[in-house]
Design a protein around this ligand. Sequence first.
Ligand SMILES: [Zn+2]
Ligand SMILES: [Zn+2]
Length: 287
Amino acid sequence: MTRASAVDARWSLRARRAHTLIVERPHTEPLLGFYLSLLELQTDVCVPAEAARWLPAVNASSESELPTLRLERLPLGELSDTFTAFCRGMPSTAPEPIARAAQAASAADAETRTNLMLALLSGSRFDTEADVLACQPEPLAFLPRGFLSPLAEALSGLVALPDRLPRTPTCPQCGWPPQVSVLDDEPDARGTRRLVCAFCAAAWIFPRSVCPWCGTSGDEGLQFHVDDAMPHVRVEECRSCRRYLKSVDLRVRGLAVPVVDDLATVELDLWAAEQGFEKIAANLLGM
Ligand SMILES: [Zn+2]
Ligand SMILES: [Zn+2]
């Protein structure tokens, strides 16, 4: 049994939400159970407290430059030992392909492990590493993402976004695409939409009616699909580019935690796939 108390305080909201959703939606237990043990592994192995010392290496050269972080400049050799510990510590709740990828990466040489991190940060495919390690690319990609996302999140939290942010469909902090969209009321604006980054979890304001993938709005752009079982989560799918992401409406369910509610609504991803829509960015667990 996983315990929210064993999870870094910054992620305790996510852990509590995962526990709640497992009770409300028992079929999510295998996925969210793994997510909870992953939060514990990240707490044990990843060292966000040290993030400040990596900042000079990855900060963009000028204050107005986007994205503000160039994470591909991280000194990956220095992270090699902890990445090995992360792979070796993969919990028994991991899906079989991820467990196998973690085992293969643990047994590989240091250069191969560094290449996994580099492939993720430079947006490359994992085909070469998949051949070397005799694994599928997707579970291999999970390893550096699961390991580096706490560091990305910590670094992102150390950098202030420019005041006058241009309308950008990718994360202004790290350049990754959005994972999920969030709706909430603010003191000066009702129904503000924010996009949440798939890697560093930064959130930034984006127009409600615009597709973050292709920029289309109006009748050719977004339409919405809601499942009655989870009325605060909807699919925002684009008629032009056939991409989608989910939107979590905090005005309907104030206790929702968007990245966790995204993980807990696999049926919406299956629905979207059946309709021929492709997600803008798969979540950490590959959905
Ligand atoms: Zn980001
Ligand atoms: Zn689109």
